[in-house]
Design a protein around this ligand. Structure first.
Ligand SMILES: Cc1ncc(COP(=O)(O)O)c(C=O)c1O
Length: 237
């Protein structure tokens, strides 16, 4: 075994692994500790949920996809290393025409992003995200992420009040998994297609422990309780 990978917010259900426990295990066993927060690590912006991510401090590397819940254009992944030098030793590509870039003393080394990931050529994908952060400020991100979490929790309350729906598990981060009593997989699919065709919402079914269920993933801060009520009504008879 060379490493441990924890998920900080599964994309299907929003579940955050025990980042502290896995980090301690990795440290005790001298293993690389990577945290995959592609979707969920955006919730580090949430005042109510950031404590869930405390264990990320043990990570040797972690990622968040700003193109998911941080509103950046595809395809932007932020990869952060505790010690980038180690990553460069593993990932920098060697070729005669590239080696000239690495020659000389380390103080002349030019920071080259391609040395820290698997692929070589790439656009400056982080720039749109950086501009957005600078323009909007981190407080805007904090409130946008919190809006989605709050609306997921409100949706859970509305589902619990509804006799034809039930929660599959408690809402996690901005994801709500619910069951429409009596529905088959085909019925969920039909409902989802109709909802999209009528431009009400893009809500797709998923699977939970083998069962087809409904899944609402909140991201946009302007999503409203009214929209949720419309979706809930569309699940009725
Ligand atoms: C938890 C998680 N990890 C990794 C990925 C893959 O990330 P990427 O599309 O940036 O390769 C995804 C989804 O895209 C994801 O949801």
């Amino acid at each position: 075994m060379i490493g441990v990978v924890a998920t900080a917010g599964t994309t299907n259900a929003g579940i955050v692994d025990d980042l502290e426990g896995l980090g301690a295990f990795a440290r005790e066993n001298d293993l690389w500790y990577h945290v995959d927060g592609a979707y969920g690590a955006a919730a580090l912006f949430s005042p109510t949920h950031r404590d869930l991510f405390k264990g990320i401090r043990h990570a040797d590397s972690y990622i968040v996809d700003p193109h998911k819940w941080l509103f950046a254009p595809l395809d932007c992944c932020a990869l952060i290393y505790r010690n980038p030098t180690v990553a460069r030793l593993v990932l920098a590509q060697q070729a005669s025409y590239l080696d000239v870039l690495h020659e000389g003393s380390s103080e002349h080394y030019d920071w080259n992003p391609s040395d820290f990931g698997i692929h070589l050529s790439r656009r400056a994908r982080g720039l749109p995200f950086w501009f957005s952060l600078v323009t909007n400020g981190t407080a805007a991100y904090e409130s946008a992420v919190q809006c989605a979490i709050d609306l997921a929790q409100r949706t859970q309350e509305l589902i619990n009040e509804c006799d034809y729906l039930e929660m599959v598990r408690p809402s996690s981060l901005s994801i709500v998994l619910f069951r429409r009593k009596g529905w088959s997989a085909e019925r969920y699919n039909q409902w989802s297609h109709e909802l999209l065709a009528s431009q009400v919402a893009f809500v797709t079914p998923t699977k939970w422990e083998g069962e087809t269920v409904g899944r609402i993933a909140f991201l946009h801060p302007n999503s409203t309780e009214e929209m949720v009520r419309t979706i809930i009504e569309s699940l009725g008879d």
